[in-house]
Ligand binder design. Structure first.
Ligand code: SF4
Length: 472
C-alpha cells in the first residue's frame, strides 16, 4: 500500500486496483500527470528558495526542502505501507537529525483543497512521525496563482488520522479482491490513464453512462426503473420513458426522446438528423464567399491563450488539401502586437464569418476587443460573425458517439491528426516544455497540432453542409 494507491482510491476504487494489479500495457501516458510534476517541482523549488535536496541525505544535512524520499514501514495489522512525500519542509523542532524536523507538503493545482490533499498529508504524517522521531501536527498545501505562491496550513487532527486509517483498511481490502466496477461518475475518467481500457469494457457492457447527457444520477434512476443498459434504453418508447424521468419536470419527454435517440445511434452506429430549422443551409449561405476557421490553445490555470490559429478559405468549394493557415503566437500573457495582428486578420475580410468549435474562441475574441478598447458596438459586431459548430452539430444531429468533442466527432468522421495520440492536454504539456527549455521544437509541435484542430473543424463544416438535406 502506498500514497499513489491511496490517492487513486479516493478518486476511483478501480483505478487503485488497476495501478496495483492492472496490465501496464493498457495504461496510457497522461500529459496531466506530467504537467502536474513540472509545476510541482517549479513551485516547491521557489517556495524553498532553491534549497531542495533529494532523499534521506537531504534530511540529514537539513535542506529546507526534501523530495524523492521514501519511507516504508510495517503500518498496522501486518500491512506494509510506503509513502513518497511530494515535499518535506524543514521547520523548528527536535528530531533524530537535530534541532529541526520536517512537515509534509503537497502541491495543489487550482483553488480547491480536496480530500485527496488532506488524506495524503495525514497518511504521510503518520509514517513520518515514527521515522523522524518527532510529532507532526500540521501539513502544508502549496499552490500558485499568477506567479504568487499560496500556502495553506492543515491541522492533522485525530479525526483526519482516523479517517485515513479507515480508508487505508478499505483500500487494502479492495486491492486483495476482484477488479472493482467502472465508476458511475465517468467525468473522472477524462484525465485517467486507464481511460481506454475502461472505455472498451463500458462499450462492451453497454453502460448507460456512455450515453451523452446520462450521468451517474440519471443512470441510477433508469436502473431503478429496469433500464439496465443501452440496448434496453434504445428499445423504450419515448412516452413510457418520459413518465419515469419526473426529475426533469416539464423537460422529461424532451429528455426521454434525446436519450432514446442517442442510445439508438450509439447501439446501431447510426446518425439521426433532429433539427427542423435550416441552420445547415444558413451555414452554406454564410460561408460561400469565404470564411475563417479559428482555434486557440490555452493554459487555463494562468488564463493565457498562447496560440491563435486561423485557416483562411476564400472559397468553400475549393478542395486544396492544406488551405492557408496563419498562426499568431502570444508568448507573453498580454501582448498588444499579437492582439492587433489577430484583429488585422479578421478585419481583412470584414464580411466573412468565423467558424469555431466550442465557446472558448468567442470568449477570447470578446476579451481581446475589450483589451484593445473597442466600443460595445465593435465588440458586438465582431462576435456576431462567430459561428459555433459545436452548438450547430448538437442542435441538428444525434451522432453515434460518446460525446460531441472536436476529437470524438472528427474521429467518427474519419479525420486523422498527423501527430499520434494528441490532445489539448498534450499541447499544454508542450507549452510547459517550451517555457522550461525555450526550445522552438515545442512551439512547432503546438502549431502543427493547432493547424490540425482547424482542419478538423473545417471537416465538420464540410460534413454538415454535405448532409444538410439528409433525413432519417
Ligand atoms: S477510467 Fe474511469 S473507471 Fe477506469 S480507472 Fe479511470 S477513473 Fe476509474
Amino acid at each position: 500500500m502506498n500514497t499513489l494507491y491511496l490517492k487513486s482510491f479516493i478518486r476511483c476504487k478501480r483505478k487503485a486496483w488497476l495501478d496495483f494489479k492492472g496490465n501496464k500495457s493498457f495504461e496510457i501516458w497522461s500529459p496531466h500527470k506530467a504537467i502536474d510534476k513540472i509545476h510541482q517541482y517549479q513551485i516547491f523549488s521557489e517556495f524553498c528558495n532553491g534549497d531542495i535536496y533529494t532523499g534521506l541525505k537531504g534530511c540529514e544535512k537539513g535542506s529546507q526542502g526534501v523530495i524523492g524520499f521514501k519511507i516504508k514501514e510495517n503500518f498496522f495489522k501486518n500491512i506494509t505501507a510506503e509513502i513518497n512525500p511530494q515535499l518535506l519542509v524543514k521547520t523548528l523542532g527536535i528530531s533524530k537529525w537535530g534541532t529541526y524536523k520536517y512537515l509534509p507538503a503537497v502541491y495543489k493545482l487550482g483553488n480547491k483543497t480536496t480530500k485527496e490533499h488532506l488524506l495524503d498529508l495525514a497518511f504521510t504524517s503518520i509514517l513520518l512521525e515514527n521515522f523522524q522521531e518527532s510529532k507532526v501536527n500540521k501539513g502544508l498545501v502549496i499552490s500558485s496563482f499568477r506567479g504568487k505562491i499560496n500556502v495553506e496550513e492543515i491541522y492533522l487532527n485525530k479525526k483526519l488520522r482516523k479517517k485515513v486509517l479507515n480508508i487505508l483498511m478499505s483500500l487494502n481490502q479492495s486491492l486483495e479482491g476482484f477488479i472493482p466496477e467502472i465508476t458511475q461518475d465517468r467525468k473522472k475518467c477524462t484525465i485517467c490513464s486507464w481511460q481506454n481500457f475502461c472505455d472498451k469494457e463500458a462499450k462492451e457492457k453497454r453502460y448507460l453512462t456512455d450515453i451523452d447527457g446520462i450521468g451517474s444520477k440519471t443512470a441510477l434512476l433508469l436502473k431503478i426503473n429496469g433500464i439496465s443498459d443501452i440496448k434496453k434504453l434504445a428499445s423504450y418508447s419515448e412516452k413510457e420513458l418520459g413518465d419515469k424521468l419526473f426529475k426533469f419536470n416539464n423537460q422529461k419527454y424532451e429528455k426521454a426522446s434525446k436519450f432514446i435517440k442517442q442510445a439508438k445511434a450509439y447501439f446501431y452506429g447510426k446518425s439521426f438528423y433532429i433539427s427542423s430549422n435550416n441552420d445547415s443551409y444558413d451555414l452554406l449561405s454564410k460561408i460561400d464567399k469565404g470564411f475563417y476557421i479559428f482555434d486557440i490553445e490555452s493554459n487555463p490555470d494562468s488564463k493565457h491563450d498562447f496560440l491563435f490559429g486561423f485557416l483562411i478559405k476564400n472559397n468553400f468549394l475549393s478542395k486544396e488539401k492544406h488551405p492557408i493557415y496563419k498562426p499568431v503566437l502570444n508568448l507573453k500573457n498580454y501582448k498588444e502586437e499579437a492582439y492587433k495582428e489577430i484583429i488585422n486578420i479578421l478585419s481583412s475580410n470584414k464580411e466573412w464569418p468565423v467558424l469555431h468549435y466550442g465557446e472558448t474562441e468567442k470568449i477570447a475574441i470578446i476579451n481581446i476587443g475589450k483589451k484593445l478598447n473597442f466600443s460595445f458596438e465593435e465588440v458586438d459586431l465582431l462576435q456576431s460573425r462567430f459561428v459555433d459548430l459545436h452548438i450547430l452539430i448538437r442542435s441538428s444531429w444525434i451522432l453515434p458517439t460518446k460525446n460531441y468533442s472536436l476529437k470524438t466527432v472528427s474521429n467518427w468522421l474519419g479525420f486523422e491528426w498527423e501527430q499520434k495520440n494528441v490532445s489539448g492536454s498534450k499541447a499544454l504539456y508542450w507549452w510547459n516544455q517550451y517555457q522550461i527549455t525555450g526550445k522552438e521544437i515545442f512551439l512547432k509541435k503546438i502549431i502543427k497540432y493547432n493547424k490540425y484542430d482547424c482542419l478538423a473543424t473545417l471537416n465538420i463544416a464540410e460534413w454538415l453542409i454535405k448532409n444538410k438535406s439528409k433525413k432519417n
